[in-house]
Ligand binder design. Sequence first.
Ligand code: E4P
Length: 231
Amino acid sequence: MKLFIDTGSVAETEEIAAWGVLSGATTNPSLLAKEHGDPGDIIRRICELVDGPVSAEVVSSEPEGMVEEGKALASLHEHVVVKVPFSRAGLAATRELTTHGHRVNMTLVFSASQALLAAEAGATYVSCFMGRLDDISIGSAEVLAEIVAALRAGGPESQVLAASLRHPMHAVVAAKLGCEVATAPGKVLRQMLDHPLTEAGIERFGADWRARPEFGAWLEGLVRSGKVPVS
Ligand code: E4P
């Protein structure tokens, strides 16, 4: 499963892209509205940082407006994927945009039946919001499992994107269910790093090695002797 970052923040993207784990990013109007600066510059910079698909969302409610906005957003950078909210208008816009070669991430999908329609309209990504389902006491794992099963049953080639992740277990469940992508906020990606045994293990290895200073000198020498210029 590929990991995307769900953000409107260049700084956060920069921080986490440096870990080497990001394959793309998703933004939305709410996330971008929290940021200062030109949204186009932000989207372009995130595209450069993740060097992969970056969803940028339309806000019109009519198909014509969605298509115009989608084309304009796609012109910002080759990595931009047009994010279109699920609705009748969204489906029509998705069909139009994909017919003209644009990739679409159909967002706000909460059921397998909606996912089937999104896929038939040509969406490359179908975004199911786990956190928002759990918020209203609908089991996100069950819904996601249905969506994955429905889209894998020989239908069109859409990727299931688990979104609205609130904690690391959402990412694990999405991976186990076979989602192609999960998009997580910086907070959740940072939580995914943590394990007390990892920290304790690093501390112990370091302490044991430091107890043998001659080993430290040996490793330093080894590094120096094999020094190859970094290309
Ligand atoms: C997905 O692409 C959305 O941007 C996002 O995951 C929404 O998450 P939220 O429910 O935390 O707002």
